[in-house]
Ligand binder design. Structure first.
Ligand SMILES: Nc1nc2c(ncn2[C@@H]2O[C@H](COP(=O)(O)OP(=O)(O)O)[C@@H](O)[C@H]2O)c(=O)[nH]1
Ligand SMILES: [Mg+2]
Length: 298
């Protein structure tokens, strides 16, 4: 399946929620105050965010008048242009090698699954990959990562349950240096930002990486579950207090009508969305492309 088709499928629910309403609005609407109010509601309903939705619609109102827009297609096209501009100020993140990517986030968002998908992604790019089972909290966690390692034929470094997560990372780095690994993918335990000790553990991992692997390009990616919509956003600030975040991986885009949250993330947090998860298999990961995303939004 082509890349375009996949993101298109993943955004199906979002698109249905927005497109149907925009089309019916445009089919019998004058471009009056009611129209713009309703459009704002539609954008908010797919989690674009209240302020961002209002800004976008204000902008559209001005341009519609200036460019004398009348028909539905013109309005849609203008709206897409405005959304694309929202993204244009942000640089795409290019991963440089050797890379160490630490995957963080709360429980159940899809961290371990995403690492399995990333292993496949980087292998397709002809990179040597090693997985680090840094979720030492539960035995099941490292078993789950081990399954992904087998499935994707990737090396994995793991310790016994209850081991010090930073020590596993240390071993992963030693191994990466010895074996000339291009990408080290570090899984971590899910944690709530209220659990200070676990957050301190993240800081410790960060320190070990800086100390032991300064030559590597270091990335901290936070995984957010798109189905939680705007709630996911609070997690960004919480984690950013402890470690510097470099990018976002948005999972479960296939299961939600709240795909608009991507726009809110980019606008409010100025963090790039690097990858999106669009399903549960190893192939269900896409490099995020904002133009493609917006083209498929409605
Ligand atoms: N539909 C869908 N499910 C996903 C996606 N990513 C992860 N999942 C599912 O989310 C659940 C939790 O994933 P897991 O990787 O264990 O989360 P973790 O606790 O953050 O490590 C699993 O059932 C995954 O199959 C995705 O992009 N789409
Ligand atoms: Mg996990």
């Amino acid at each position: 399946m082509g890349i375009f088709k996949k993101i298109g499928n993943a955004l199906k629910k979002t698109r249905e929620a927005i497109a149907r309403r925009i089309d019916s609005l445009l089919s019998h609407g004058e471009l009056d105050d009611d129209f713009y109010d309703e459009l704002t509601d539609i954008l908010i309903s797919c989690d674009i965010g209240v302020r961002t939705s209002m800004d976008i619609v204000d902008n559209l109102r001005v341009r519609a008048r200036k460019n004398k827009l009348r028909n539905a297609d013109d309005v849609k096209k203008e709206l897409k242009e405005i959304l694309k501009e929202e993204f244009s100020s942000l640089e795409q993140l290019d991963i440089k090698y050797p890379a160490i990517i630490t995957i963080i986030g709360v429980n159940g968002v899809g961290k371990t699954t995403t690492i399995g998908k990333l292993a496949k992604y980087f292998k397709n790019e002809k990179k040597e990959v090693t997985l680090v089972a840094g979720d030492t909290f539960r035995a099941a966690a490292s078993n789950q990562l081990n399954e992904w390692a087998e499935r994707t034929k990737t090396r994995i470094i793991k310790h016994a349950e209850g081991a010090d997560a930073a020590a596993v990372v240390y071993d992963g780095i030693s191994s990466a240096k010895a074996k000339k690994t291009d990408v080290l993918l570090v899984d971590t335990a899910g944690r709530l930002h209220t659990k200070t000790n676990l957050m301190e553990e993240l800081k410790k991992i960060d320190k070990v990486i800086n100390r032991e692997y300064p030559e590597a390009n270091k990335y901290n990616f936070i995984v957010l579950d798109a189905t939680t919509g705007q709630n996911a956003l609070n997690q960004i600030n919480a984690f950013n207090e402890f470690v510097k975040l470099d990018g976002i991986i948005l999972t479960k885009l296939d299961g939600t009508a709240k795909g608009g949250v991507v726009v809110a993330i980019e606008k409010d947090y100025h963090l790039p969305v690097v990858f999106v998860g669009v399903g549960e298999t190893a192939d269900d990961l896409e490099k995020f492309d904002s133009e493609e995303f917006i083209e498929n939004l409605f």
